[in-house]
Design a protein around this ligand. Structure first.
Ligand code: NAD
Length: 385
């Protein structure tokens, strides 16, 4: 298969970690016989230094024409004094999201077997397995609704609008992702066996979506619940659906995270729950993300920022970016086996005891390997050496 992939290294540790993800993609292309054309484009502060714009026209045009976009990170103290609308986070990230029409953010939160000790949760909770995908609506709700202050500035409001169209399109992504996590590209035929995804931390189980809202209080949540329920009945009856209030979901994430498979929720609830879920895994350098829209493609990036405190030292963990490349293969390019192979390589390398400094145990920190050595280890695992 041919795929046109745009790489946006960006700022701070961005270039270091994207280079390692590119190595992994090359290894996948060689092993599976694909032709990935990867081109790098400037973005963020680096682009501002080059041409005075954090998202140059040529970069945006390349992203629009690509099959998928892999981003490192943008921002850093050097550009913090730019006017807000010109800063890397706003100009590059928000513009990219809106120009590419990305309305769903996918964040897997998984505790890898070899890193169970990194989770702040009790061992008996972690032992039950944590492998959650959070699907957050990205362009609606209170963050984008009408906002304002009264004339005397003593009261304020943030309207939380949602339409059935907005709810349905993100719910569809969640149901499809739940099927895909359990080896189903389409609705299963009755009586047909379903292959579990390799490397899953938990025992195979039927796909499940937990839709999170506050329907006991909010009208938008009642519309959310009605819409998700109707879509489920019409198109996704093979996926288990449960509804949960957001306060309960926040509690269950730390009390019994193994009960979750895919969590579907609106923008603000998702913002909060996805950060909570990332903390229970205990390692920011391990967490990938995908932002998807109606068109094929999407934007794939680690959840962490540009880590200016460690930039240029060659110690950043590239695994979140490599796992973002796996999400890209699965969601943008339709290469599920190849995505599984990347995740299996990460699992195998971690199981062999290899660690970057951020995930090394305090006693083993002195033997932590570099960013590029971790990339080499993944490349070798993918190549079968
Ligand atoms: P950060 O995620 O960059 O760093 C937080 C901490 O985690 C730091 O100690 C850092 O060293 C560590 N860390 C992050 N990634 C790591 C990795 N791969 N390996 C090892 N350790 C890692 O958050 P911050 O310091 O708040 O932000 C730094 C800059 O990044 C800011 O300018 C911020 O605006 C920007 N930012 C960008 C994005 C993005 O591009 N999507 C997201 C968040 C923050």
């Amino acid at each position: 298969m041919k795929a046109n992939i745009v790489l946006l290294p960006g700022d701070g540790v961005g270039p270091e970690i994207v280079a390692e993800a590119a190595k992994a993609l090359k290894a996948v292309a060689t092993r599976f016989g694909h032709d990935f054309a990867m081109t790098e484009h400037p973005v963020g502060g680096a682009a501002h230094d080059l041409c005075g714009d954090c998202l140059p026209d040529a970069t945006l045009a390349a992203c629009k024409a690509a099959d998928a976009v892999l981003l490192g990170a943008v921002g850093g103290p050097k550009w913090d004094t730019l006017p807000p609308e010109k800063r890397p986070e706003r100009r590059a990230l928000l513009t990219l999201r809106s120009e590419l029409g990305l309305f769903a953010n996918l964040r897997p939160a998984k505790v890898w077997d070899a890193l169970k000790g990194a989770s702040p949760l009790k061992d008996e909770i972690v032992a039950r397995g944590i492998d959650i995908l959070i699907v957050r609506e990205l362009t609606g709700g209170a963050y984008f609704g009408k906002k304002g202050r009264s004339a005397d500035r003593t009261s304020a409001y943030d309207v939380t609008p949602y339409s059935t169209h907005e709810i349905e399109r993100v719910a569809r992504i969640a149901f499809e992702a739940a099927r895909r996590r359990h080896g189903r590209a389409v609705a299963p035929q009755p009586g047909r066996a379903v292959a579990p995804r390799p490397g899953r931390a938990v025992a195979p189980r039927p796909p499940k979506v937990t839709s999170v809202d506050k329907a006991n209080v909010l009208e938008t949540s009642r519309l959310w619940r009605e819409t998700v329920t109707a879509l489920h009945a019409a198109e996704y009856a093979d996926v288990e659906l449960e509804h949960m209030y957001v306060d309960n979901a926040a509690m269950q994430l730390v009390r019994d995270p193994a009960r979750f498979d895919v969590i579907l929720t609106e923008n603000m609830f998702g913002d909060i729950l996805s950060d909570e879920a990332s903390q229970i895994t205990g390692s920011i350098g391990m967490l990938p993300s995908a932002s998807l829209g109606a068109a094929k493609g999407g934007l794939y990036e680690p959840i962490h920022g540009s880590a200016p405190d460690i930039a240029g030292k060659g110690i950043a963990n590239p695994l979140a970016t490599i796992l973002s490349a796996a999400l890209m293969l699965r969601h943008a390019v339709g290469l599920a086996a190849e995505a599984d192979a990347v995740e299996q390589a990460v699992s195998d390398v971690l199981a062999s005891g290899v660690r970057t400094a951020d995930i090394a145990s305090p006693s083993g920190a002195s033997s932590a390997i570099s960013t590029s050595e971790m990339g080499d280890a993944i490349q070798a695992a993918l190549s079968g050496f």
